[in-house]
Design a protein around this ligand. Structure first.
Ligand SMILES: [Mn+2]
Length: 356
């Protein structure tokens, strides 16, 4: 039995405010589905964050349904769990697809397919994860951060390796990772499109043989991202790479005070770049010499068309909202607060406000 494992497709991400980027995310999902059909896998397993948020547009839904119908025609079941981005308080999109016969929403109750047992856990927030009792040799699918990729991750690799699951198919972390112990495998497939600039490695999906434990990767053809690092002269490098810039997202890590952001952006656009992102890494470099992304608002702000939160805050400011309304807005848009925690968190914040 072979399955295709993917996660974090984030359909509906209108990155940098661009329709082209919205289509890119949808197309990456379609590519993954075509790979599943071509490879003749026995199931597609999606480990959450199918959608980028709880409110996919009609286009996003339409394109997603087309892919799911394509799988159905090919006789390949689509098994999934719900990620933090798309999680709703009531009915999940995945339930709707399940009702249409296009998907299976995995749960702590085992789902059997060709003799293999699949268990699933939706994203459970920061309150920790309760692993189900699982038959030995089964498959567990969940959307959660592992302690191996983030120190405050909610899932411990050790617990997973001691559970009944032989395969743990994860989503949430956007890079491909594999941990093996004996015949046990714990793995993230990574995102299918670059959701953040630091997702530099090629995007892809995993093909997993449940008998042999063999894991193969299939790369996806995604939009080109051209990175210009702090040790490179941005304008010279742009010129040298100009033939590769048409339609590309250009990301410049800027460390040289002599370059003006606007000049770099204009030049990249002259060469046909779709979008230009400039990361100011001067302060970060001064601190520890690393080239990790750093936020430096004075330069950054000019180019942050894509920063909807910043735009929203700007528009909200003159509205003179009550402290209560601001508290609610703050909680609802905080990506660190799981949907299931919103009620409690709003109550907590309201209790802290004076005059109540
Ligand atoms: Mn994600």
């Amino acid at each position: 039995m072979r399955i295709l494992h993917l996660a974090d497709t984030h359909i509906g991400t209108r990155q940098y405010g661009l329709e082209e980027r919205r289509r890119d995310f949808s197309q990456a999902f379609h590519q993954a589905i075509e790979i599943a059909v071509r490879e003749g896998v026995d199931a597609v397993v999606h480990a959450g964050d199918l959608f980028d948020d709880r409110y996919p547009s009609a286009e996003d839904l339409h394109e997603t349904l087309q892919a799911l119908f394509r799988l159905q025609e090919a006789g390949i079941p689509f098994l999934g769990v719900v990620g933090n981005h798309e999680q709703r308080r009531g009915v999940q999109w995945l339930d709707l697809f399940a009702h249409l016969g296009l998907a299976v929403h995995l749960s702590p109750e085992p789902f059997e397919l060709q003799g293999a047992l699949f268990y699933g856990l939706d994203y459970s927030g920061r309150r920790g994860v309760e692993l189900p009792e699982m038959e030995p040799g089964s498959v567990l699918v969940c959307h959660q951060m592992l302690d191996q990729v983030r120190s405050d991750g909610e899932l411990r690799l050790e617990d997973l390796l001691r559970s009944g699951a032989r395969f743990v198919l994860l989503g949430d972390y956007h890079e491909h990772e594999v941990w093996r112990e004996g015949d046990r495998i714990v793995t993230y497939p990574g995102s299918t499109e670059r959701w953040q600039l630091d997702e530099r490695r090629p995007r892809g999906v995993s093909l997993l043989d449940l008998e042999t434990g063999r894991l193969d990767r299939r790369e996806l053809r995604t939009r080109r991202f051209v990175y210009i690092f702090p040790d490179e002269d941005p304008l010279e490098t742009l010129r040298a790479k100009r033939n590769a810039l048409k339609g590309a997202v250009v990301c410049v890590y800027l460390s040289d005070r002599n370059h003006r952001v606007q000049e770099i952006e204009e030049r990249a656009r002259e060469y046909g770049a779709l979008a230009v992102r400039v990361r100011d890494v001067r302060e970060r470099l001064a601190e520890d010499g690393s080239d990790e992304e750093a936020e430096a608002p004075p330069v950054q702000v000019q180019l942050e068309f894509g920063n909807l939160d910043a735009l929203l805050s700007e528009r909200l400011a003159p509205l003179e909202l009550s402290p209560e309304a601001r508290a609610i807005d703050q909680v609802i848009r905080d990506p660190q607060i799981a949907d299931s925690r919103v009620d409690a968190e709003v109550t907590r914040l309201l209790d802290l406000l004076p005059n109540r």
